[in-house]
Ligand binder design. Structure first.
Ligand SMILES: Nc1ncnc2c1ncn2[C@@H]1O[C@H](COP(=O)(O)OP(=O)(O)O)[C@@H](O)[C@H]1O
Ligand SMILES: [Mg+2]
Length: 317
């Protein structure tokens, strides 16, 4: 039996019918003892990482869907791997968790995904780095610079650099009277906050395709999401609907290279968002979509879980 600890959001907040952490744990528990790290119990005690943990088992059909054993504090250096699945925002709180888990990584424990990579990379900037075609975009906190970009590209989206699920993302244009207000909102009312501004792509026409990368591979089917009426954000959390589609051959080959590069940098699991021929972001903190892509099967979830166990085996040898 493998021993895997999961750093995640409070377990009671998960929806077992939709959550990707749930489906990963559900597959992993077949071969591994899972330890749930009690949120906010992580501590770096001199050089030793400790946390309060409970053995956890999950089952969609029971109420509640999880069973926890009595909690005890342990040193986390005695386990096979940590699954790091805390949701954004990637703020100080998040980066501090990454710092502490990073100490385990330095000590030779496999952490999926690598906390040092999480500290170095940014999900929105990664999109720009690895898109096969360049989508005009800037990252700035300067309203004049942003205004110039919008004047050039007419319709744009403004996004915070550290959020998820479509939060604080706005569509705006040169003609938009609320332009400055929307920019400020995306900046969380702090003008020093950098944001990403991207040229608007016709997402109603193309949809936003979620493609899963795992352990240097690309899953061949993705989740093509479309926004609901009067909305441009396709996130399921924003009411988007979806269909399952095969990944375009050219994009598949491109993403295979991206997946290998990410793996070499400690990112073993990622969710790429593609609109038309552009990668708009690469989720590396807690990618979602597994349950929707799987439908009534466990095909993708079991492949991803299996790849994590393979990584543990390779890591030990
Ligand atoms: N450049 C763009 N053009 C048009 N729509 C976009 C663009 N970027 C993002 N969107 C829309 O906003 C949604 C959320 O953006 P995304 O960059 O994926 O951030 P999040 O991390 O919040 O999912 C997407 O699902 C898409 O519908
Ligand atoms: Mg997205």
């Amino acid at each position: 039996m493998y021993k895997i600890a999961v750093a995640m959001n409070p377990i009671e907040t998960l929806d077992p019918t939709k959550d990707s952490t749930f489906s990963l744990m559900n597959q992993l528990q077949i071969d591994a003892e899972l330890l749930y790290i009690i949120p906010d119990s992580l501590v770096l005690d001199n050089k030793i990482v400790k946390a309060k943990v409970s053995k956890v088992s999950i089952d969609k059909l029971t109420e509640p869907f999880y069973k926890l054993s009595k909690t005890k504090e342990i040193q986390l250096n005695k386990i096979d791997a940590i699954l790091f699945r805390v949701d954004p925002p990637v703020n100080d709180y998040y980066l501090n968790i990454a710092h502490i888990l990073g100490k385990l990584e330095e000590g030779g424990i496999l952490v999926i995904n690598s906390p040092s990579a999480i500290r170095l990379m940014n999900e929105k900037i990664l999109g720009d780095c690895y898109s096969p075609n360049t989508l005009p975009s800037i990252i700035s906190n300067n309203i004049e610079t942003i205004e110039r970009f919008v004047n050039k590209h007419k319709n744009v989206v403004v996004k915070p650099l550290n959020m998820m699920a479509g939060k604080l993302i706005n569509k705006t244009s040169v003609k938009d009277k609320a332009f400055k207000k929307k920019v400020r909102q995306t900046q969380k009312n702090d003008p020093s906050n950098f944001i990403i501004v991207q040229k608007y792509i016709d997402v109603q026409k193309y949809g936003d395709m979620r493609i899963i990368l795992y352990n240097g591979e690309v899953y061949e089917r993705g989740l093509l999401r479309f926004p609901k009426k009067n909305e441009f954000r396709s996130n399921l959390a924003q009411g988007g609907n979806y269909k399952i589609k095969n990944v375009d051959t050219k994009m598949f080959h491109h993403l295979t290279i991206v997946s290998q590069i990410l793996k070499n940098n400690g990112i073993y699991f990622a969710g790429v968002d593609v609109i038309d021929k552009f990668i708009t972001e690469i989720n590396i903190t807690s990618p979602t979509g597994l349950q929707e892509i799987d439908g009534n099967t466990n095909d993708l979830s079991s492949k991803v879980a299996r790849s994590f166990l393979d990584l543990i085996d390779q890591h030990k040898s």
